[in-house]
Design a protein around this ligand. Structure first.
Ligand code: HEM
Length: 430
């Protein structure tokens, strides 16, 4: 299977120790003495837990001092300014996705690479085969069912004195909706999310075993075994996305190996990203009472609050990768052909060159042309679905509650490619 092959080389690493990463305490953090002090950034590790805890001061210094820097530990270049990041994403001919969007190369398209791991024309063909399900009309049709799910989740939350936002709202709403859209059994929705988490984490892990690579091989095997079996037995709701993808395969628009790759890929791409966005926005609103009050006063701001959350706390962090197809230059730094570069979504979205007062969380910010869902050829296919989910959840929340507060210690997600929460204890009241 695709991912089994993809990660076969890493299996020997098993669940390695994180000590190699956690121990490297040369990241700055508390030891950063001032913005103006120049430092050598080549030893920087954006995946280090201490950095992930609060990456923004690091990003700020990087944008100033080393906007395109080679990270010796990984042999990749990190790009942190908005304009450079946007330019890279828009130029797929120079910055290719053919070896995947993760730290380590993924298989070639010939090996059945998914949508994220291809360039045009393969990418155009694959994307076309699924894009027709993401039309504005198809997305609008989801709203009544979504509102029903959100209503149930928020009623359950309001009935509690305090509750975990992730368990009661952020996870069940998108995972149930996505399972229904795919036409897959909803009872496995927590499993889908766990699979997604591990696969995302693996995208930020080196293959040398120096970090917690997690049980990726097993997980990938389970995930692709699951989607392949459902496809073979036609165990999905007719007319759902899974059905349509299988049909596209039968029409010859997708190859035999691309079908399970896409089925699993969409499941992974849709789940944890959205769960984290919903957690991040709830947290930011609770931490910024004036912005919460603004939303309660005018729930129609929910859509722009979602955009601001995507910018302010981008769920995909530190960023996705590309490989140069020719020698080129970014921010005055010469890159050889074959250089693996990371587009730092989280940093680009806090760049003051693009966003006035970038460290302020302002739910009515306009314009807000963030990169949290990519840009160009690989721009998030599910963006309209994720936006709809965010808008409806926070519209309904603002209509039902006036009080929103964090009432315990939130637990940050420990994931090298995703920023969000595993637990967010909240109190909401009408
Ligand atoms: C807040 C939630 C989400 C975030 C932050 C997010 C983020 C992203 C990003 C950054 C990319 C660009 C990858 C690249 O340039 O290499 C992407 C691509 C993609 N996303 Fe999302 N995503 C979200 C939700 C979803 C949902 C709900 C779905 C499915 C319904 C989805 C499906 C996809 C797919 C299929 C791609 C690949 C597109 C391509 O390669 O052409 N995403 N997403």
């Amino acid at each position: 299977m695709y991912l089994q092959r993809m990660y076969a080389g890493h299996r020997k690493n098993g669940r390695g120790s994180t000590s190699g990463v956690k121990g490297s305490n040369n990241q700055g953090g508390a030891s950063m003495t001032g913005k103006s002090q120049l430092r050598d950034w080549t030893g920087f590790d954006p995946f280090d837990e201490s950095v992930r805890d609060d990456p923004y001061p690091h990003y700020e210094l990087l944008r100033e001092q080393a906007p395109c820097v080679r990270l010796e530990r990984y042999g990749v270049w990190l790009i942190t300014r908005y304009a450079d990041s946007a330019a890279v994403l828009q130029d797929w001919e120079t910055f290719s996705s053919a070896t995947g969007a993760g730290l380590e190369p993924a298989p070639t398209p010939e090996e059945g690479g998914v949508i994220l791991s291809t360039d045009p024309p393969e990418h155009t063909r694959i994307r076309r085969a699924v894009a027709r399900d993401f039309t504005p009309k198809a997305i609008r049709a989801l709203e009544p069912r979504l509102r029903e799910l959100v209503g149930q989740a928020l009623d359950a939350a309001l009935a509690e004195d305090q509750f975990d936002w992730v368990t009661l709202v952020a996870q069940p709403v998108p995972t149930t909706l996505m399972a229904e859209l795919m036409g897959y059994p909803a009872q496995y929705r927590e499993q889908y999310c766990r699979w997604a988490s591990v696969v995302f984490n693996s995208m930020g892990c080196p293959a040398d075993g120096s970090s917690d690579f997690g049980p990726v091989a097993e997980v990938a095997g389970q995930l692709y075994g699951f989607v392949s079996e459902l496809a073979a037995n036609r165990e999905y709701v007719p007319g759902g996305w899974a059905d349509r993808i299988v049909q596209a395969g039968e029409r010859g628009e997708l190859t035999e190996s691309e079908v399970p790759s896409l089925l699993g890929g969409i499941l992974v791409a849709a789940m944890d990203t959205t769960v984290n966005m919903l957690g991040n926005l709830a947290h930011s609103l609770a931490e910024h009472p004036n912005q919460w009050a603004l939303l309660v006063k005018d729930p129609s701001l929910a859509a722009s609050a979602v955009e601001e959350s995507l910018r302010y706390e981008s769920p995909v962090q530190p960023g996705f990768f590309r490989v140069t197809t020719t020698a080129t230059e970014v921010a005055g730094v010469k890159l050889p052909q074959g250089a693996r570069v990371m587009v730092g979504f989280g940093s680009a979205n806090r760049d003051p060159r693009q966003f006035p007062e970038p460290d302020q969380f302002l739910i009515d910010r306009t314009p807000n042309d963030h990169l949290a869902m990519g840009r160009g050829t690989h721009f998030c296919l599910g963006a309209p679905v994720a936006r709809l989910m965010g808008r409806v959840v926070f519209e309904e929340l603002a209509l039902r509650a006036t009080e929103l507060a964090v009432v315990g210690e939130p637990v940050r997600k420990n994931n090298r490619m995703l920023r969000g929460f595993d637990a967010l204890p909240l109190r909401i009241a009408a």
